[in-house]
Design a protein around this ligand. Structure first.
Ligand code: I3P
Length: 128
């Protein structure tokens, strides 16, 4: 059984490698800088790691690898964004604070699964 005290550590929903770029910060447009990122969906947050050592599902746990950044999904919006990039299979994530990210994969099924899972978390947070 888990060493975690019941209910303290949030549930790991999903983890994997995606191409990521931030395109806005607080509503201000940023220059794109695409990078491969280890993305972890846990609890109410999407957590990004750039460290290759972080590429395992336990990386998000307290005391393990330090994340590059973290996004609060409460009130966030997702939309397909093939108009915002020359890349295929791209969606945009917008936070309530006006931060915007593009997430992309060469594999359509994989990006669809990420979209669906993140949207489910966003929907769940609305009703809490
Ligand atoms: C950008 C870079 C990005 C590209 C972006 C370019 O140029 O080529 O990869 O986004 O297109 O401006 P630079 O390296 O000089 O910043 P995509 O790969 O998503 O198409 P954009 O300006 O149309 O967003």
């Amino acid at each position: 059984s888990s060493p975690d005290t019941e209910g303290v550590t949030p549930e790991l929903e999903k983890a994997g490698l995606l191409n990521k770029t931030k395109i806005a910060e607080g509503g201000r447009k940023l220059r794109k800088n695409w990078n491969l990122s280890w993305v972890v969906l846990v609890g109410n947050s999407l957590v990004f790691f750039k460290d290759p050592k972080s590429q395992n599902p336990d990386s998000w746990k307290p005391g393990n690898s330090r994340p590059e950044s973290s996004v609060d999904l409460r009130g966030a919006q997702l939309q397909w964004a093939n108009d915002l990039s020359s890349r295929k299979n791209v969606f945009k994530l917008r936070t309530v604070t006006g931060n915007e990210f593009l997430l992309q994969s060469e594999t359509e099924s994989l990006i669809r699964e990420w979209y669906r899972t993140i949207q489910n978390v966003i929907d769940r947070l609305v009703s809490l």
